[in-house]
Design a protein around this ligand. Structure first.
Ligand code: KIV
Length: 283
């Protein structure tokens, strides 16, 4: 498909093409995401939950993100790669936001960055000005989980829906090339999609968005069935992996692994000569 770019992603909305985005966190997940033909691979700060085992994304650091972005960039060559700016990497100052966005490109090998909320629109503008494409993210933005009082659907009241629509326009004016809409009513997501020129990429936001994104481990049920209402399990990869590992441990214990073909072998003459020496030394 050639290299995907931020302008090409933007053009997909005009040509009414659906955008497919998936997360990846390391070399193997990047290779699999690349082979799926997805348009965008997001190195999400969701890695805090699905890879590092935290209960939310707030402890994820720039060091974590750069480490995982580097691995992903080695496993993919074609889709647009987006690095997720972690909590406190853009909130402190505009200078720090631009510097950290730059690290995603220079060290992490990403093509673009994503940051949450419209409260930092001037930082979005500064990052875009520095030449880095920015993806916005509105709705149930996980870095605000403490302010929301949990992972709760956003934009349900008239005022909240109005604010979200206004935020979408604010982000578009700040220069984002697309925006994620997470955990908002489907009707509102459709209205946002119609109100802005840039593509919207939904997660738990209905079918009216320009594209969709899911977390790699959720859609493949790794390690277990996905807990969220908005996730469809496309393959039971977790239970397949679990069965493979159980079979492996059982095979070691009952002596059926390894078999002869899993090792290299000495030639007969070398074996015989060696056997004599070993016997002699042991006598
Ligand atoms: O961190 C992440 O994976 C995300 C997506 C769910 C949009 O932000």
């Amino acid at each position: 498909m050639g290299k995907m770019t931020a302008p090409k992603i933007q053009a997909m909305k005009q040509s009414e093409q659906k955008i497919a985005m998936v997360t990846a966190y390391d070399y193997p997940t990047a290779v699999l995401a690349f082979r799926s033909g997805a348009d965008i691979i997001l190195v999400g700060d969701s890695l805090g939950m699905v890879i590092l085992g935290y209960k939310d994304t707030l402890k994820v650091t720039m060091a974590d993100m750069i480490h995982h972005c580097k691995a992903v960039s080695r496993g993919t060559n074609g889709p647009l790669t987006v690095g997720d700016m972690p909590f406190m990497s853009y909130q402190v100052s505009t200078a720090q936001a631009v510097e950290n966005a730059g690290r995603f490109i220079q060290e992490g090998g990403m093509d673009a960055v994503k940051l949450e909320g419209a409260g930092y629109a001037e930082r979005v503008q500064a990052i875009v000005k520095s030449g880095i494409p920015v993806m916005g993210h509105l709705g149930l933005t996980p870095q605000s989980v403490k302010a929301f009082g949990g992972f709760k659907v956003q934009g349900k009241t008239l005022n909240a829906a109005r604010k979200l629509l206004a935020d979408a326009v604010l982000l578009e004016d700040a220069g984002v090339f697309s925006m994620v809409l997470e955990g908002i009513p489907a009707e509102l997501a459709k209205m946002v999609t119609d109100a802005v020129h840039v593509p919207t990429i939904g997660i738990g936001a209905g079918a009216g968005c320009t594209g969709q994104v899911l977390v790699f481990h959720d859609l493949l049920a790794i390690p277990d069935t996905a807990p969220f209402q908005f996730v469809r399990t496309f393959a039971e990869a977790g239970s397949l992996m679990e069965k493979g590992l159980l079979d492996y441990v059982t095979a070691i214990r009952n002596g059926t692994f390894p078999e002869s073909g899993h090792s290299s072998h000495l030639s007969e003459p070398v074996k015989k000569a060696l056997e004599k020496e070993v016997v002699r030394k042991c006598m």
